[in-house]
Design a binder for this molecule. Sequence first.
Ligand code: PAF
Length: 279
Amino acid sequence: MKNFTKKAELQQYLATLRAGGAIVTFVPTMGALHPGHLSLIKQAQQLGNVVVCSIFVNPTQFNDTKDLEIYPRPILEDIKKLEQVNCDILFNPDVDEMYAGNESWHLDIGELEGLLEGKFRPGHYQGVTQVVYKLFTIVKPDIALFGQKDYQQFLVISRMVSLLNLPVKLVMCPIARDADGLALSSRNIHLTPADRQHALILSKTLNSIKQQFSPDHIDQLQQQAVTAINKEPGVTLGYFEIADAETLHPASKSTKKFIALVAATVGKTRLIDNVVLKD
Ligand code: PAF
């Protein structure tokens, strides 16, 4: 695997590959790679012939400095994992390489960035679009892959791509889960064994709502989910929302594609998860 920390060197290398006809696929990450990330790399290998993975803990998407400080950064283990799945290129810049001093610009992609996660983490998606826009400009991927776990992030990035006419195809890959249902997340390493048990209420509740789902009972189901999660010790619910999967507005009977999204703090760790209810 080639490992770049400087954008100019990566760009030069990719230009040569592209001139030879390479289809470049791209998996942006913040590292602390788990099997979910590696499944994105494997999917990327099916869709193109050069896979770039970026590892960059982007400071501008953290609205809590403590959260940024404790974000895991096991770079040597990450490199090993990427080599094991035959990733072609790692881009691992430092903050100065990505940001020229105090950059205060952001993209405004409209109301989507202020709903749900955006309400709880003001500015988060502005940081995400800022860094993903920069990464797309550097890597110029034909295809970029993201996990469904941050479903709202995928919608936000899709909106950015469409508003700015960026020449990249986006692919959303299924949520990777542990055998007991917990959605894989780099943040799971902060969960104590007890937290981890309590965290299962999130996927259990999503599953139960999916099984019972009917557009005629949205309010009751939502209330049922909120009650179940609130009863779980050690879990503080941020939101549980049955939403229109296109707009993330609260769903109504006439919604066509439904999704249930949840965010909660388990112990000290904020987790998100979701499930598509009806397509
Ligand atoms: O999903 C993530 O890991 C990050 O939000 C991303 C897309 C790499 C941007 O920093």
